[in-house]
Design a protein around this ligand. Structure first.
Ligand code: HEC
Ligand code: HEC
Ligand code: HEC
Ligand code: HEC
Length: 159
């Protein structure tokens, strides 16, 4: 009586593993970008891609030339460490020859631009000023739709 060899299932298993491995190598070959750097484990062309992006942020020093008053105001108060553009959006090219050529963002219609940093979160340092239930006495008005800017100046935020 001759039936399948008792080892047939082992040969089959081996074949599945070998085909799987070859398949893996083929997919890997296709999926890995051409400029992959195996030593430092990154795509080298990504540096060129990033360098070719347009610069959109001017930095606080660039604002200073035309907005000296706002600059002097903000550095005296608690928002002194902030970038102007974290609230006003990227602004490298909003002015040319002393004239405004594109509008800067001055969003005074939502609480989001403040809550982005001041929303009470457990992972924020406890001494960071947060809009919290503990301070609800001062903030009852917010529930009625009164905006942060009604009581706080964004450049000199102490109420
Ligand atoms: C070359 C000069 C110049 C530079 C540099 C400049 N601005 Fe302005 N900015 C202006 C002028 C001009 C206006 C219009 C003022 C007006 O209408 O009274 C303006 C207006 C604004 C306004 C008011 C909103 C608006 O659209 O009118 C904001 C906010 C502002 N700039 C933020 C910034 C920030 C932040 C920077 C730095 C990233 C910056 N500006 C750099 C010239 C400049
Ligand atoms: C915390 C967010 C925040 C930061 C940081 C900030 N601003 Fe503002 N800024 C505002 C808001 C909000 C207004 C609108 C105020 C209003 O409507 O009463 C404003 C208004 C302005 C205006 C227009 C004033 C006017 O009378 O129309 C200028 C110019 C300006 N900011 C420049 C700057 C510059 C320059 C810096 C950095 C030195 C800066 N801001 C940093 C939120 C910010
Ligand atoms: C990009 C982050 C950021 C944004 C956006 C921001 N703040 Fe602040 N705020 C700070 C930092 C940082 C401090 C200083 C914290 C400290 O002193 O430890 C601060 C401090 C404050 C304080 C405490 C002032 C004091 O004298 O103790 C108030 C109030 C405040 N911000 C209100 C606002 C309001 C209102 C807005 C929206 C217009 C706003 N903040 C937007 C980061 C932010
Ligand atoms: C009706 C006026 C009013 C409005 C609207 C308001 N605040 Fe306040 N806020 C205050 C007062 C008053 C204080 C307390 C000042 C104190 O005790 O030093 C305060 C304190 C704060 C503080 C500091 C808390 C601390 O622990 O030191 C932060 C942050 C703050 N407000 C953020 C906000 C944000 C964000 C908004 C908008 C969502 C907002 N506030 C809207 C009046 C207001």
């Amino acid at each position: 009586m001759s039936g399948p060899s008792p080892r047939t299932h082992l040969y089959l298993l081996g074949a599945v593993l070998v085909i799987g491995f070859i398949g893996f190598l083929a997919v890997k070959e296709i999926a890995i970008p051409a400029s992959w750097n195996y030593e430092d484990w990154y795509r080298e062309d990504s540096l060129k891609d990033i360098a070719s992006l347009a610069v959109v942020y001017g930095g606080n020093e660039s604002c200073q030339t035309c907005h000296a008053d706002e600059h002097e105001e903000i550095i005296e108060f608690k928002h002194q460490t902030l970038s102007c553009e974290s609230c006003h959006g990227p602004l490298i090219d909003h002015a040319q020859d002393g004239k405004k050529i594109a509008a800067a963002k001055v969003d005074d219609s939502t609480t989001w631009q403040c809550m982005n940093c001041h929303e009470k979160l457990v992972n924020r340092p406890p001494d960071f000023p947060q809009f919290s239930v503990a301070r609800i006495e001062e903030h009852k008005e917010v529930a009625k739709g009164v905006l942060c800017l009604a009581c706080h100046n964004p450049h000199d935020p102490a109420p």
